[in-house]
Design a protein around this ligand. Sequence first.
Ligand code: RB5
Length: 147
Amino acid sequence: MIALGSDHAGFELKEAIKNHLTENNIEYIDFGTYSVDSCDYAVYAEKVAKSVVSGECEKGLLFCGTGVGISIAANKVRGIRAACCSDLFSAEATRLHNDANILCLGGRVVTKEKASELVDIFLKTEFTNEDRHIRRIAQITELENNF
Ligand code: RB5
């Protein structure tokens, strides 16, 4: 199960990715927003982040204008590693190396076609599970615990 959320600036891209997930038989929960009315991205970052850390959803996809604000907000939730990507190399590498659990995309940055490709590679790529990457992620967790 995939958790989806956006603000108004990411709404249209979220809707396009919902169609893409449905076409590929991937189940999702849409945590909103549900229209293009102006709203605040941190609200939806929190809903999706909570769903991922609780285990309700395996991964999350978040959308705002740039993908940046909503990624900053999601990364404030303990256990979230949210990556804002607009290129395929980074979307794959953040799964391989960072075990990122949320992908953030900018509705004003990437096309629907590019976003579909980014989502596909993010969802299909497994974490390498290599010692050096496990160690580095543990250091991120330590930072969360210390501050
Ligand atoms: C909304 O205008 C915009 O600021 C927001 O979607 C996002 O891009 C912030 O990072």
